[in-house]
Design a protein around this ligand. Sequence first.
Ligand code: DC
Length: 224
Amino acid sequence: MTDPVPVITIDGPSGSGKGTVTQLVARRLGWRVLDSGALYRLVGLATSKSGVGFDNHNKISDIANKLNVEFNGEKILLDGEDVTDVIRTEAAGNDASRVAAMPAVRATLLDWQRQYARAPGLVADGRDMGTTVFPAAKVKIFLTASAQERAKRRHKQLKEKGLPANLAALTAEIEERDARDRGRAASPLVPAPDAIEIDSTGMDIDRVVEIVLRQAHAAYATPL
Ligand code: DC
C-alpha cells in the first residue's frame, strides 16, 4: 500500500532538530507541515487549564475530543486565546508528554493528524509519524542528537524567545521526557524499521535537509 499523497515523516526525540528540518524541507518542496507535538501540547495545556488531574484518563480523552483549536497563520488559538508561545514552554512540553502516554488521547489525535496529508505533499514531525500515523510513507527519517546537545539547542531557542531557561534543568527534563516517550506502551518513540537514522550531533542542519531532500527525490521524484 502506498500513500495517495506523498509523505515524509521526521521522528525523533525533543530538540533533535526535527522541527527546523521539517520547516526547511517543507519550504523547499512547497509541501504542508504537520507539527504533531503541537497537538499533544494543546491537549496538555487544555488539561492543565481545566484543573482535571493528569491521572483522569477519561476526562482527558474527552478534552482531546472536544479541543477547540484554531490555526490562524503562525498563531494557535485555544478556546479563542492565543497560546502560540505558552505551548512551547517546558511545562507545556512535560504536560504534553504525560497526555501523550494515554492510548485514548493518541487514538483521538490519529484521524486529525491523517487529515493533514493533502496534495502536493506533507512533511510530518513527531514521534510516531513513521511507525503509526503514516506507516506507508516512502521517506522516513529518525533524527537524534546527544541529550547534552539537545539541551543546549533548547536553551538557545528559549533564550532567543526571551523565555526562562536553565541548562542543567533542561538536560534533566529532556532525559526524563525521553525515557517516558521511549518507555510508554502506546506508540513509543522508536524508529520505524524502514526509517533512515541520522545523528545530528555536531552536524550542520543544512546537511540534514540535503539528506532528506535526496531521499524525497529518490522516492517521489521531487526537485533536489
Ligand atoms: O515535539 P514536541 O516536543 O513538541 O512534543 C511534545 C510531547 O508530545 C513530547 O514529549 C512527546 C509527545 N508527542 C508524541 O508522543 N507523539 C507525537 N507524534 C508528537 C509528540
